[in-house]
Design a protein around this ligand. Structure first.
Ligand SMILES: Cc1ncc(COP(=O)(O)O)c(C=O)c1O
Length: 454
C-alpha cells in the first residue's frame, strides 16, 4: 500500500494526534532536511537552528564527513552486539578519544546509547568499585529522566513528578551559584565557593556518612540548571573530599563535551589536567548518531565483573564510525578557533544588551562558556534578580518566554533553560559570522520589543 500523501499541516495534525502528549516541542514544525545550522520544514520554511538538537550536532546538521563515514559503515557492518566481539569502529573511536582525555588515567571505556544510560552506568561502576550506595549531586543538576538518572536530576520537578519512587540514596548539595545559595548575583566567586563547600560539608555531616557515599556527580557547566560554569576551586575541593573519603568523582560532560565550551571538554577549560575517576559523555561525540560513553581509570573499572555491563545496541558500529569521523574534524583545530570567534561575537551582543539604556533594566545576568552561553532576565517575582535596578523601575513579566516567541516567529530556534527566566545559546560550533550576526539581530530586536512593550 503506498504511503498516504499529506500536506505539511496534515502531518503536523497527525503528529499532534499520535505522538505522546508527554513530549514537549518548541513548535509543531515538520522538519524534512538539516544542513549546517539550517533546518528546512515540510512547508518550505528555512529555520536558523540555535539549539543544535540540544547541543548534539556540534558540527552542524549532516556534516559531510560524518554522514559519509556513517553511510560507508551502513554498507559494511551495521550491528555487532558488544558481547559477541570487538568491531573496528568501536576500537578506532577509543583510539581517537584516548589522547584527548582530560587526564591520562582515564583509559578504560565502554559505549552506551544515551546520556542517561551512561549516567546510570557510572552509578553502577561507582557502587561496584566502592561497595557503597549513596550518590551526591548538586542542586540544579540535570543527569537525565530515567528512574536512576531522574533521581539525580534537580533542575525542575517536571521531569519526574508523579512517577516516583525513583532510585533511592541520592542527596543534593548546593552548586556554587548565586541563585542556588540565595545570595546576590554580584557575590564573588570565592564567596560562592566558600558557601557551597560549607553546604557539602553539612550534607556529609548531617545527611549521609561519607563512608556510605559511592560517588559525587557534577556537571562542569550546569546545563538545565542555567548554563552555570563551576569555579575551579570548587572542583578541586570535590577532588580533595573524594580522595579523603574514598568517593568516586564523576564528571558529567554529556552536554559540555566536544568543544561546546571551547575546549575538548569543559574541565579542560575550567581546570586543565583535572583528574576525575569517571567521566560520562554523549551528544557531540558522534554529531547526532545515538551513542554515549563512560571512561574511568583502570583501578575503578577493573572492579566490574565480566559480563555485568552490556546492551543490545551499545556502541553501535554506524554510530562509532560517525564518532571517528567527528573526532577527525574536531582534531583539525578549526572548530576550537571558530568557537572562540563566534562566542566573542555572541558575548558582544549579550553584554551590549546588558549595558544599553534601552534594555539593561530587563537583564539580570550573562554567563556561560564558549557556545554554551545564556542570558537571564529579571523576574518581578524574584528579588535576587533585581540588584542594581533603580527603585520604582517596573519589570515586565515572562521576558524570556516573550523574547523566545519573537525569535521563533522570526525563524530563529532558541531554547530557554532552568527554572529561572533564561535563554540559552547553543548553536552548532560551525556557525558562521553571518549566521551569528543574523541570530543576534533577531534576538536584539526581540529584547528591544519587550522593553518597548513593557
Ligand atoms: C549533563 C547531562 N547529563 C545527562 C543528560 C541525559 O542525556 P540523554 O538525554 O541522552 O539521556 C543530559 C541531556 O541533556 C545532560 O545535559
Amino acid at each position: 500500500m503506498p504511503a498516504p500523501v499529506r500536506s505539511a499541516a496534515q502531518w503536523a495534525d497527525f503528529g499532534r494526534d499520535h505522538v505522546s502528549h508527554g513530549l514537549g516541542r518548541l513548535r509543531d514544525h515538520v522538519i524534512v532536511k538539516g544542513e549546517g545550522l539550517d533546518l528546512h520544514t515540510a512547508d518550505g520554511k528555512k529555520l536558523l537552528d540555535f539549539t543544535a538538537g540540544i547541543g548534539v550536532t556540534n558540527l552542524g546538521h549532516c556534516h559531510p564527513a560524518v554522514s559519509q563515514a556513517a553511510a560507508a559503515q551502513v554498507n559494511t557492518l551495521v550491528h555487532l552486539q558488544c558481547s559477541i566481539g570487538f568491531h573496528a569502529p568501536y576500537l578506532q573511536l577509543i583510539d581517537r578519544l584516548l589522547p584527548v582525555m582530560p587526564h591520562q588515567s582515564l583509559d578504560q571505556f565502554f559505549f552506551w546509547n544515551s546520556g542517561s544510560e551512561a549516567v546510570e552506568a557510572a552509578v553502577k561502576v561507582a557502587r561496584k568499585a566502592t561497595g557503597r550506595q549513596n550518590i551526591i549531586v548538586f542542586q540544579g543538576a540535570y543527569h537525565g529522566r530515567t528512574m536512576g538518572s531522574g533521581a539525580m536530576t534537580r533542575s525542575k520537578p517536571i521531569y519526574t513528578q508523579g512517577t516516583g519512587p525513583l532510585m533511592p540514596g541520592v542527596f543534593a548539595s548546593a552548586y556554587p551559584y548565586w541563585h542556588g545559595l540565595g545570595v546576590s548575583p554580584s557575590t564573588s566567586e570565592e564567596e560562592l565557593v566558600r558557601l557551597a563547600k560549607h553546604q557539602l560539608d553539612l550534607v556529609l555531616r548531617q545527611q549521609t556518612s561519607p563512608t556510605d557515599v559511592a560517588a559525587i556527580f557534577i556537571e562542569p557547566v550546569q546545563g538545565e540548571g542555567g548554563y552555570v560554569p563551576c569555579p575551579p576551586a570548587f572542583l578541586h575541593y570535590l577532588r580533595e573530599v573524594c580522595d579523603k573519603h574514598g568517593i568516586k568523582l564523576v564528571i558529567d560532560e554529556v552536554q559540555t563535551g566536544f568543544f561546546r565550551t571551547g575546549k575538548y571538554f569543559a574541565i579542560d577549560h575550567i581546570t586543565p589536567s583535572f583528574r576525575p575517576d569517571i567521566m560520562v559523555f554523549a551528544k557531540g561525540v558522534a554529531n547526532g548518531f545515538p551513542i554515549s560513553g563512560i571512561v574511568a581509570n583502570k583501578e575503578t573499572m577493573d572492579t566490574l565483573d565480566v559480563g555485568s555491563m552490556g546492551g543490545t545496541y551499545a556502541g553501535n558500529a554506524v554510530a562509532c564510525a560517525a564518532g571517528v569521523a567527528a573526532q577527525d574534524v574536531y582534531a583539525s583545530g578549526e572548530i576550537e578557533a571558530n568557537v572562540a570567534a563566534r562566542s566573542e561575537q555572541l558575548y558582544a551582543t549579550l553584554n551590549k544588551l546588558a549595558t544599553s539604556s534601552k534594555t539593561k533594566h530587563l537583564i539580570a545576568d550573562v554567563r556561560g562558556l564558549g557556545l554554551m552561553s545564556a542570558i537571564e532576565f529579571r523576574n518581578p517575582a524574584d528579588s535576587l534578580t533585581q540588584e542594581g535596578l533603580p527603585e520604582g523601575t517596573s519589570i515586565p513579566k515572562s521576558i524570556g518566554k516573550r523574547v523566545q516567541e519573537h525569535c521563533l516567529d522570526n525563524d530563529l530556534l532558541v531554547l530557554t533553560t532552568s527554572c529561572f527566566d533564561t535563554i540559552r545559546f547553543i548553536p552548532a560550533l560551525v556557525c558562521t559570522e553571518e549566521q551569528m550576526t543574523r541570530a543576534m539581530g533577531i534576538f536584539t530586536e526581540a529584547v528591544e520589543k519587550v522593553a518597548l512593550e513593557g
